[in-house]
Every structure is written in structure tokens, then in C-alpha cells.
Design a protein around this ligand. Structure first.
Ligand code: NAD
Length: 492
């Protein structure tokens, strides 16, 4: 195992980025929070928390910058975003390190894949700037309306720790492309990579104040941002619990639109005619162990036909046992650490309660420490059914529940169960069966004969049903959400 970098050598800017400048203090109170490396348990930096005054400063900077940014010719805005994307791409290694040193993202992916994808988003939406079209409607021969798209104004973006660069840029790129200015609050556990990216926006020629970053926790900084009267639109990615709280806070403080990308509990529905079991096992294993299962669209429920269940489970177990836990900066790591002790305790509790309720542990089942880092052994739980916590609740770790079915109807009913509706997979070589099942699953995204995609996901709308939230990201719909429609009636 070789180290891709020395973690102690990674210097970070533990600060806010407001109006094109580093802002060190978190306001008069300047409360600080320890940012801990999950790979070895060491404190990497102290993060200043933005208080209401600091948030106010960032929102006002975004407000001041908004008219000129919105008035820029879309093609010029696009050119700036494409240049921004090129700069992010050129700094992929460096930004990847800022990301992976304090997160669960292994550097081997964080640099080329995560930052590479973020750069693609910026280019993709840069190219989209001058293609955001309005429509014309007609009312007889006496009038028509021009339906124009306009930016919301100041957009607040709040993102989680699990894929910080991808998830933040997924919002920042279309928000800026549609002519909005932005205040981003990354997760307090993974705050550094997006500050560096925001600095590159200035280098690309994007004016100061267009893209601001404030650091802090949810209850103080996040709430001050979502409820700020000068914020016009809120877009959030995170847990369903916090999404609900944000809606309540916004509702209590005023009226503004909000988009919520929340948790998931993806089913992997495997029919007996799924084709080569090794291929299916690769997808199923990757679907619940990528980033140690800390992924909103993890395929964490295996719903498999009973005729092939034992054989598939055995192949998944073999793959799970072959994963190699390690630090995010080690090149051979294939099982990432768990982000925090709190998360480890949470998933341990869910697994223990499942076992007490009669579930059977087929492999794994517990947390362990390695060189100060915290990990969870890839786990499979059989004997669970909808209605049990392990089956219904997002675990956000490498824990796969296994449910078997005897016929198609039963399989689809199991895969449809639960209140989340983010994503699902269907494995069948019978295209009619696969498509029919896809139409009946309650999920915003369905993959057929595979699990997941990364960079390509930017071309189609992504977003959940039910408890997984509302509002679409990516694709044309992703940029349209960052604009509002205005009808201008003209009589003639
Ligand atoms: P979280 O909900 O705890 O926190 C997300 C963000 O919200 C953080 O920046 C946090 O500081 C902030 N926050 C917390 N309380 C707040 C408040 N009251 N007001 C404003 N902001 C507040 O989520 P997490 O633990 O960081 O991330 C994991 C969750 O994110 C999982 O549930 C996962 O499924 C979900 N997620 C969803 C998607 C998606 O696209 N649907 C993608 C990734 C992660």
C-alpha cells in the first residue's frame, strides 16, 4: 500500500469566502469546530462557524453581484463557466486532496472522478447558458404571451459531507448558468474543497460576490442562511430529517421556493433471468460499498428471486470480504472509512436491533478501528422484511439487506415498499420485464442491468419521489429549476 500524499502536509484554508476574499473570523463570537479525519481520527483543522452577521455579509455580497451577473449575455456567462471548469480540471489533484483528507472519499476517486465530474458539470452548464429557451403561447388572434425564464436572484445551497465536490457543483453550476448568484454552505465535516473551487471562479473571471462560501453547522449557519430574507431560493441535499426541518424553518420565516434532494433506500431487484451472476454481483456489491455505502443512491436492499438468491449472495459475500479497508490517502483502499463516530454508532444500533428482531447476519455485522480510523465491515442481513427498521430506514453504510421473492408480483411489491423513492435497479435480460418493472418502481431514477453512474448522470434529471424529496437536478430540468418563468402578454 502506498500513500498518495501525506495527510499532515495538506494545508487548508479554514475560512469563509465572501465577495472574492478569504474571511477568517466567524463573526464576533468566532465559535470553532474541530474537523476530524475519519481515516485516522486526528483533528485536521479548526473551522470558524459563520454567525448570522457573517451569513448576512455573504448574502449581501451575492445580492450586490446579482444584477450584473444576470444581465451578462448568456454566451459570455457560459464562456466564464467553461473557463472555470477548465481551471477546476487543472487543479483536480490538489482539490481531490482537500476533499479526501477529511472525508470518506478515497483520493484515487476524489481527484480524477469527483473533481473531474465537477469540472464537467461546470462545462456542461456553461454550454447550456444560451440554450435556456422560453416559449410563446397564443390566445386566438388578439394576444400572445412570451414566457421568459429569469433567475431567482440569490440562491442558498446547503450540501452534505458524502460527496462534497460533486454534490455542491451539481447545484452551483446550473445556478450560476441560469444567472443567479450563490451562497454555499458545505458540510461542517468537509468544508475545504469548495472554498478552493470558489477561489478558482475568480481566476476564471467570474466577478467577486457571484459565488460565496460560508462555513458552519446546520442550526446556526445553515438556518441563518435558509431563513435570510434576501435569499430567494434554497436548494438542499442531505437527510430527509434535516430537509423537513428546513421546510419548516422557511415556512415559519417567510415564503420562498425550496428544492430537496434527500435520503434513499435503493432496491436492487434481481430476476432469475438476470444474466451472468458475476456481473450482477459486481453491481450489487459496488452499489452498497462504494464510499462505504455512504451514498444517497446506494442500492442497499437486495430483492432477489429465490432460485438464484443463495448463489448471488455467495458471490456478493466473496466480493465484500475482498475489500480492503484503509485511509483515503492510501492507493490500495477499497473500503472507505465511516465519516464520524456518530454514524458508526447509528449503523451499529440499526444492525444490532435487526439481529435482535430475528435477522440473520450473512457476513460482517460490526464496526472496527484500524490505525485510528473507523470502519464498518461490509454486511449482509437476511430475514428482514418491510416494516423492520433495517429494511425501511436509510443506514448510510455498507449494509445490504437481502429479501427473496417467488414471483414477479411479489418482487415488485417488495422493491416498491418503503417511503424513500430516490433510485432502484432492475436486473433482467428480458427487456419487456425489465421495462415493465422499471415503470412500476417508485423511484426517480431506475437503472436497468446495472447500478449507478457518475459523470453521465448530468444528462438526465435526477431527484427523488416521496421521502427522497422533490426538485430535479442535472439535465435540462436541473438548470430550469434555477430559473422562474414569467409570462409577458402582448395584445395585437
Ligand atoms: P444532514 O442532513 O445531516 O446535513 C446536510 C447539510 O445540512 C449539512 O451541511 C448540515 O450542516 C446542514 N444542516 C443541518 N441542519 C440544518 C438546518 N437546520 N438548517 C440548515 N442546514 C442544516 O446530512 P449529512 O449527514 O451531511 O448527509 C447524509 C444525508 O444526505 C443522507 O441522508 C443522504 O442520503 C443524503 N444525500 C442525498 C443526496 C441526494 O441527491 N438525494 C445526495 C447525497 C446525500
Amino acid at each position: 500500500m502506498a500513500r498518495l500524499y501525506e495527510p499532515d502536509s495538506i494545508a487548508v484554508s479554514a475560512a469563509h469566502w465572501i465577495d472574492g476574499e478569504i474571511v477568517e473570523a466567524g463573526g464576533a463570537s468566532a465559535t470553532r469546530l474541530e474537523v476530524v479525519r475519519p481515516s485516522d481520527g486526528k483533528v485536521h483543522a479548526q473551522l470558524p462557524l459563520a454567525d448570522a452577521d457573517t451569513v448576512d455579509r455573504a448574502v449581501l455580497a451575492a445580492r450586490r453581484a446579482a444584477p450584473a451577473w444576470a444581465a451578462l449575455k448568456p454566451r459570455e456567462r457560459g464562456r466564464l463557466l467553461i473557463r472555470f471548469g477548465e481551471l477546476v480540471s487543472a487543479h483536480a489533484e490538489e482539490i481531490g486532496r482537500l476533499e479526501s483528507v477529511v472525508s470518506s472519499r478515497v483520493q484515487a476517486e476524489a481527484g480524477p472522478i469527483d473533481v473531474g465530474t465537477a469540472a464537467e458539470y461546470l462545462r456542461f452548464y456553461g454550454e447550456y447558458c444560451d440554450k435556456l429557451e422560453g416559449t410563446i403561447t397564443a390566445s386566438g388572434r388578439e394576444a400572445f404571451s412570451l414566457v421568459a425564464r429569469e433567475p431567482h436572484g440569490v440562491v442558498a445551497i446547503i450540501t452534505p459531507w458524502n460527496f462534497p465536490v460533486i454534490l455542491s457543483t451539481w447545484k452551483v453550476a446550473p445556478a450560476l448558468a441560469a444567472g443567479n448568484t450563490v451562497v454555499l454552505k458545505p458540510s461542517e465535516m468537509t468544508p475545504f474543497s469548495m472554498v478552493r473551487i470558489a477561489q478558482l471562479a475568480i481566476e476564471a473571471g467570474i466577478p467577486a460576490g457571484v459565488f460565496n462560501v460560508v462555513q458552519g453547522d446546520g442550526p446556526v449557519t445553515g438556518k441563518a442562511l435558509t431563513t435570510h430574507p434576501d435569499v430567494d431560493y434554497v436548494t438542499f441535499t442531505g437527510s430527509s430529517q434535516v430537509g423537513g426541518r428546513i421546510m419548516a424553518d422557511i415556512g415559519a420565516s417567510g415564503i420562498k421556493p425550496v428544492a430537496l434532494e434527500l435520503g434513499g433506500k435503493g432496491a436492487q431487484l434481481v430476476f432469475a433471468d438476470c444474466g451472468p451472476l458475476d456481473t450482477v454481483a459486481d453491481h450489487v456489491t459496488w452499489g452498497v460499498t462504494r464510499n462505504a455505502g455512504q451514498l444517497c443512491y446506494a442500492g442497499s436492499r437486495l430483492v432477489v428471486h429465490e432460485a438464484i438468491a443463495d448463489e448471488l449472495v455467495e458471490r456478493v459475500r466473496t466480493r465484500m470480504l475482498a475489500l480492503r479497508p484503509g485511509a483515503t490517502w492510501d492507493d490500495a483502499t477499497t473500503l472507505a472509512p465511516i465519516i464520524s463516530r456518530k454514524q458508526v454508532e447509528r449503523m451499529t444500533g440499526i444492525v444490532e436491533r435487526a439481529l435482535a428482531a430475528g435477522a440473520e447476519c450473512l457476513t460482517g455485522g460490526e464496526a472496527f478501528e484500524q490505525e485510528g480510523g473507523q470502519f464498518f465491515a461490509p454486511t449482509m442481513l437476511a430475514g428482514v422484511r418491510p416494516g423492520m427498521e433495517a429494511c425501511d430506514e436509510e443506514i448510510f453504510g455498507p449494509v445490504l439487506t437481502v429479501e427473496t421473492f417467488a414471483d414477479e408480483e411479489e418482487g415488485i411489491a417488495l422493491a416498491r415498499a418503503g417511503r424513500y423513492g430516490l433510485s432502484a435497479s432492475v436486473f433482467s435480460r428480458d427487456i419487456e420485464r425489465a421495462l415493465a418493472a422499471s415503470r412500476r418502481l417508485d423511484a426517480g431514477t431506475v437503472w436497468v442491468n446495472r447500478w449507478g453512474r457518475t459523470a453521465e448522470m448530468m444528462t438526465a434529471p435526477f431527484g427523488g419521489f416521496g421521502r427522497s424529496g422533490f426538485g430535479k437536478e442535472a439535465g435540462r430540468q436541473g438548470i430550469e429549476g434555477f430559473s422562474r418563468q414569467k409570462a409577458i402578454w402582448i395584445d395585437f
